[in-house]
Design a protein around this ligand. Structure first.
Ligand SMILES: CC(C)=CCNc1ncnc2c1ncn2[C@@H]1O[C@H](COP(=O)(O)O)[C@@H](O)[C@H]1O
Length: 231
C-alpha cells in the first residue's frame, strides 16, 4: 500500500472535524500571541508549593526576565507555572498561560494576564517554542521532562537555533546530566557536543544575561527568534 493510501485508509468520519479543531486551536493561539516579540517559556513541576525554595527561585527568575522586557509564557497551571506567572505579574511584564484541558478540574492560576485553553498538547507545545526566545526549566516530572526533551530535539536537529535551554537548580539536575553525558554520549546515542545545548545555573541574573545574549545573536543572524521556517 502506498503512503497516501495508508493515510486515506485511516481517514474516518470524525477526522475532518478533528482537523478543523486543530487548525482552529492553532489559529486562535497564533492570533492571541502575535504581538509577543520577546518571550521566555518557563517550565517546571505543577506540584511545587508556594513555600518551596524552587517556587521562590522561579518567581524571582521570571521577575528578572520581566524587568528585562520579556513576556513570560507558562502552562498556566499551579506550582512552578504559577510562580513564573506571579514573577511576571510582580514586574508588570506580560504574563501568559497556555493551559491544557484535563479530565479533572484545571483552572488558570491567578497570575495569568493572557490565558488560553488548549485541547491538544502538541498545539500548545508549538506555541511555547514559536513565541519564545529561550526555555527556562525548573525541576519537574514527566510534563517538564517532555517539554525539555522536545526543545532539545528541535535544537539538535536545527529547527531552532541559538535558543538557550537553561536548567535552574544545579543539584536537582545532576543525575540526569550525568546520564546524558555518560550513557547517551558514551554509547553514541547523541553527539559528543550535544550536552552543550544545555546550560545550568542557580542564579536568576545569569538566566537573564544568557537569554539577552542569545536574543542579540538571534536578532543579528536571523532578524527574529532563531526559529526555522519549518517550525
Ligand atoms: C496538580 C496537577 C497535576 C495539575 C496539572 N495541571 C497542569 N496544568 C498546566 N500544565 C501542566 C499541568 N500539568 C503538567 N503541565 C505541563 O507540564 C509541565 C509540568 O508537568 P510535571 O508536573 O513536571 O509533570 C508544565 O511545564 C506544563 O506545561
Amino acid at each position: 500500500m502506498l503512503d497516501d493510501e495508508l493515510l486515506c485508509a485511516g481517514w474516518k468520519g470524525v477526522d475532518p472535524e478533528r482537523l478543523a479543531r486543530i487548525v482552529s486551536e492553532l489559529e486562535r493561539g497564533f492570533a492571541a500571541l502575535a504581538g509577543v516579540e520577546r518571550g521566555v517559556s518557563i517550565f517546571g513541576s505543577a506540584r511545587t508549593p508556594a513555600d518551596h525554595p524552587t517556587y521562590v527561585l522561579a518567581r524571582e527568575t521570571a521577575a528578572c526576565l520581566g524587568r528585562a522586557g520579556f513576556a513570560v509564557i507558562t502552562g498556566g497551571g499551579p506550582g512552578i507555572m504559577e510562580a513564573a506567572n506571579r514573577g511576571a505579574r510582580d514586574t508588570g511584564a506580560l504574563s501568559i498561560g497556555l493551559n491544557i484541558d484535563l479530565p479533572y478540574e484545571q483552572r488558570l492560576n491567578d497570575y495569568v494576564d493572557l490565558g488560553l485553553n488548549f485541547r491538544y498538547f502538541f498545539v500548545r507545545k508549538l506555541l511555547f517554542v514559536r513565541y519564545a526566545q529561550a526555555f527556562v526549566i525548573f525541576p519537574g516530572g514527566f510534563g517538564t521532562l517532555d517539554e525539555m526533551f522536545e526543545a532539545l530535539t528541535l535544537m539538535q536537529t536545527g529547527r531552532i537555533r541559538h535558543f538557550p535551554l537553561i536548567l535552574v537548580g544545579s543539584g536537582r539536575w545532576a543525575a540526569l546530566l550525568d546520564w546524558i553525558r555518560g550513557d547517551l554520549v558514551t554509547n553514541g546515542l547523541i553527539g559528543a557536543l550535544d550536552p552543550d545545548l544545555i546550560q545550568v545555573t542557580e542564579d536568576p541574573r545569569e538566566v537573564c544575561s544568557i537569554v539577552e545574549a542569545a536574543c542579540r545573536r538571534q536578532q543579528q543572524r536571523y532578524g527574529g527568534n532563531g526559529i526555522a521556517d519549518e517550525l
